[in-house]
Ligand binder design. Structure first.
Ligand code: NAP
Length: 362
């Protein structure tokens, strides 16, 4: 690639915004040219406005950039958005209408019938929905979303099983890290030495998004997977990394019950992006940990530079067919890394060229 694409980050000072900065600094295709956040931060140097929470040091170039106000005037044509959903609902369409490709993390438009909800390894074909969007037709801009941070790990683990065997029922119970609630998130008095068995709207999002992601693109719309699903979502005192206990009833594609070896082979052989050379894509999207006591967030969340999904403890289930544990990094695979991988896929499909060309013409 000769020139890098200039990109902007909306919500740059938050937990996900900071991960964007970490993952995009030195990215071979994208260059951070614009950072925006709320009125509390705009006009300040990024280093003053953001409470930097990552072990990765804040780069001097970024610390010295001035935070812009969250308006499309003067923004680059590729926007990574990490806004709370109420704010995203208001702001993201303004950027899409102004001709920007908005690659969003928020839940505001994930279930909109014309906005693709995408994991590149799972349902890249849903990106056809972009062409249905009125923003695309009028200004060239559009919106693409990535899933909820718990749905993403689950769906990457389920996709190879759905492809080979079909899936009829899914039961999942999550143990979600506190960084999933943004910063400062859950008060320490509520979470230390504790488990909170409620995350607002999370179970509904997990159920709806999982079935949509595993659904088929037909005609001009997505038909969700026809499976029954139940999710329990819990917040636990872990910094990063969502763990999920899953039970599934498989479908009848094989004409007989799948064996443990066949399930392990489905995960090991799942490499849908092999050959595409997308910088953020992990070599092994689903990695099986054979030890009895893995995966664990502290030990496994950074596999595949935080983009790998680790599965373990595969065993027969007394209620459905099989049960296992899934772990993924919530702010990398579940948020910023997911959006960057979506944008890399958009580059490889040529869908960022029209927006950047329109920007040049202006
Ligand atoms: P966060 O830490 O609370 O950050 C929110 C960001 O939005 C900050 O940069 C904040 O700027 C900015 N903001 C707030 N009000 C604004 C306004 N009126 N105009 C412009 N910017 C405004 O939240 P987060 O955890 O990064 O999450 C961001 C989004 O990603 C949410 O929709 C969340 O659900 C989603 N998500 C998060 C995770 C995760 O693991 N954390 C995973 C997947 C998806 P100031 O600093 O100036 O207030």
């Amino acid at each position: 690639m000769r020139n890098k694409y200039s990109i902007g980050i909306l919500g740059a000072t938050g937990m996900v915004g900071q991960r964007f900065i970490q993952l995009l600094e030195n990215h071979p295709w994208f260059e951070i040219a614009w950072l925006a956040a709320s009125d509390r931060s705009s006009g300040k140097k990024y280093g003053e406005a953001a409470k930097w929470r990552l072990e990765f040091p804040l780069p001097d170039r970024i610390a010295n950039m001035t935070v812009s106000s969250a308006e499309p005037v003067g923004a680059p044509k590729i926007i990574f958005a990490a806004l709370d959903s109420d704010i995203a609902k208001e702001l993201e369409p303004k950027f899409a209408a102004a001709g920007c490709a908005v690659v969003s993390n928020s839940s505001a438009f994930r279930m909109h019938p014309e906005v693709p909800l995408v994991i590149p390894e799972v349902n890249a074909e849903h990106l056809h929905l972009i062409e249905e969007q009125s923003w695309r037709k009028e200004s060239g801009g559009y919106m693409v979303t990535n899933p909820n941070c718990s749905a993403i790990g689950l769906v990457v683990a389920l996709k190879p099983l759905e492809e080979r065997f079909g899936i009829e029922q899914i039961f999942v119970s999550t143990m979600q890290a506190i960084s999933g609630a943004g910063y400062p998130g859950v008060p320490s008095m509520d979470i230390l030495g504790n488990v909170v068995p409620y995350i607002k709207s999370e179970e509904e999002k997990m159920e709806a998004e999982t079935l949509r992601l595993l659904g088929r693109f037909e005609g001009h719309q997505v038909k969700p997977l026809s499976a029954r699903m139940s999710a329990h979502c819990n917040r636990v005192a872990v910094e990063d990394g969502h763990t999920e206990c899953v039970s599934i009833k498989l479908g009848k594609k094989l004409g007989r019950a799948a064996t443990k070896e066949e399930i392990l082979a489905a995960w090991a052989e799942f490499k849908p992006l092999a050959g595409q050379q997308l910088p953020m894509a992990p070599e092994q999207p689903v990695e099986f940990a054979p030890q009895d006591d893995r995966p664990q967030p502290r030990l496994d969340r950074n596999r595949g530079r935080g983009m790998g999904v680790t599965v373990g403890r595969l065993r027969p289930c007394g209620l459905l067919d099989w049960k296992f544990t899934v772990l993924s990094h919530n702010t990398i695979r579940g948020a910023a890394g997911a959006a960057i991988l979506n944008a890399e896929l958009l580059v490889s499909l040529g869908k960022l060229e029209p927006v950047t060309a329109a920007a040049t013409r202006r």
